[in-house]
Design a protein around this ligand. Structure first.
Ligand SMILES: [Zn+2]
Ligand SMILES: [Zn+2]
Length: 461
């Protein structure tokens, strides 16, 4: 996960990095619901209704609202300063690497044959400051061929409906380039779900509340024409068995497939193996998928940092191949719907989720080169959730770390085997220097004393 400006309403003590969940007023939080309101099933949520306006219709709400406060967001300057299209560099990714083979299993229509002639869709999770289309502009400015974004604040139970202008702008901007957009087709976008959602919790009221937030996220995806929605499956919270939690997650998936059309639910694998967290093993993922009725609408997103922290090695081509063979055997290649590209500050099996820039952590460049040369990666979004630099890639953040990091991934993909030993050393040296200049490493800080658990410095995504 990327840059979010700390959501004003939910600044969490554990929200570590300066990454921020940046929200325009139009998308800012409203108070957590007392009771989940009944909502239309295919449209994004009804407006959150502050008490004073609870009885007003949408029109009234807009008409007599203080003009400045209500209308300002949609009328805000567009594009946000510094994101003007003319200032964007060309997209990364050329020349295109030729895959020696193709995966034997197609990816449910999301992976057309042409995917193998295109650059892999390496992108980044960018901020929605200024509205959801802001994420597209930021991705484009970073030279990304894919993009991830939130549908509302990362730790926000509820948000107002998207303003019509916000939706229109998004739909304009995702259009193909020859139609004036930035060419982010549905196969290039992987929405990241809200962090509050825990669909493994056996507490009925909490589960329903989580479900409503989940459904709302997915309804917003549908409203924007987005096909892929990834989220964290949740935890047993120590109150039931994992098997019971798998069933609760599957129940939510089955229900949302009925409540919202088309959007594919993409379960993310997690770090913290051996804990109450679901999705830390391929077995967990397969167990949840097994209980889903419509398997054409369920996929997996593999987060490389989470995999590694949970004990799946990726450091060498051999280790990568072995891990992916386990995935093929235990889950199935056709369920791969996206990847989060993160190196790991934590050692193999260390069970802590600490993202690092590509090649500068424990996984290293060799593992990511193997991934970039795996034809299974064609046609799905490959999303960086690495530290993006001062400002966190948000409203005022610097995107240049990601620009370099995306180019780096295509660069290592193109280095032939017989040159890799030598080149990898040169590239690693150069890249570390570049990264350290753009985003100087902070002082090492240990886990916060006395506060929460030792995972307080872990990443969220
Ligand atoms: Zn992730
Ligand atoms: Zn995540």
């Amino acid at each position: 996960m990327p840059p979010r400006r700390a959501a004003a309403t939910k600044a969490s003590a554990t929200l570590k990095r300066e990454r921020s969940s940046s929200l325009s007023d139009a998308e800012s939080a409203s108070p957590p619901p007392k009771a989940a309101a009944k909502r239309s099933t295919t449209k994004a949520a009804t407006k959150a209704t502050p008490k004073s306006k609870a009885t007003k219709s949408k029109d009234e709400d807009e008409d007599d609202a203080p003009a400045k406060k209500k209308r300002a967001p949609a009328k805000a300057k567009w594009p946000p300063p510094g994101l003007e299209l003319e200032s964007h560099p060309p997209r990364a990714g050329y020349p295109v690497y030729q895959f020696p083979t193709r995966p034997s299993v197609p990816n449910g229509g999301l992976r057309p044959e042409t995917a193998y002639e295109l650059p892999l869709m390496v992108g980044a999770h960018t901020s929605i400051a200024g509205g959801v289309a802001g994420a597209l502009l930021r991705a484009n400015k970073a030279g990304a061929n894919g993009v991830a974004l939130f549908m509302k604040g990362a730790r926000q139970w509820k948000a107002k409906d998207f303003e019509p202008e916000i939706v229109e702008r998004f739909l304009e901007n995702v259009k193909p380039k020859d139609e004036g957009g930035m060419g982010y087709g549905p196969e290039t976008i992987l929405v990241h779900g809200n962090y509050l959602i825990n669909l493994g919790n056996p507490d009925k009221a909490k589960w329903e509340n989580a479900y409503e937030c989940f459904r709302d996220d997915i309804a917003r995806c549908h409203q924007l024409g987005i096909k892929l929605y990834n989220w964290h499956p949740g935890s047993t919270v120590g109150q039931c068995t994992k098997e019971e939690s798998y069933a609760l997650v599957a129940k939510a998936i089955n229900r949302v497939h009925k409540d919202v059309p088309e959007v594919i639910t993409v379960i993310e694998n997690m770090a913290n193996a051996g804990s109450n967290i679901l999705g830390t093993t391929f077995h967990d993922l397969a167990s949840m998928i097994a209980l889903v009725d419509d398997k054409s609408r369920v996929r997996v997103c593999l987060d490389t940092c989470h995999l590694f922290a949970a004990g799946y090695d990726l450091r060498t081509p051999e280790a990568y191949a072995e891990t992916m063979q386990k995935f093929a055997d235990e889950v199935g290649n056709h369920y791969l719907g996206g990847v989060h590209l993160n190196d790991s500050k934590e050692v193999l099996g260390g069970n802590r989720d600490l993202h690092e820039n590509i090649g500068l952590g424990e996984i290293g460049l060799g593992g990511f080169r193997a991934l970039m040369r795996d034809p299974l990666m064609a046609g799905i979004p490959l999303i960086l959730e690495t530290p993006s630099g001062p400002g966190g890639g948000g409203e005022t953040g610097d995107l240049s770390v990601w620009t370099k990091e995306i180019a780096l991934l295509y660069e290592i993909q193109g280095v032939p085997d017989d040159e890799w030993a030598k080149k990898s050393v040169e590239i690693a040296k150069r890249w570390r220097k570049e990264r350290d200049t753009l985003n100087p490493p902070k002082d090492k800080k240990g886990p916060k004393k006395g506060k929460k658990k030792a995972d307080s410095d872990e990443d969220d995504d």
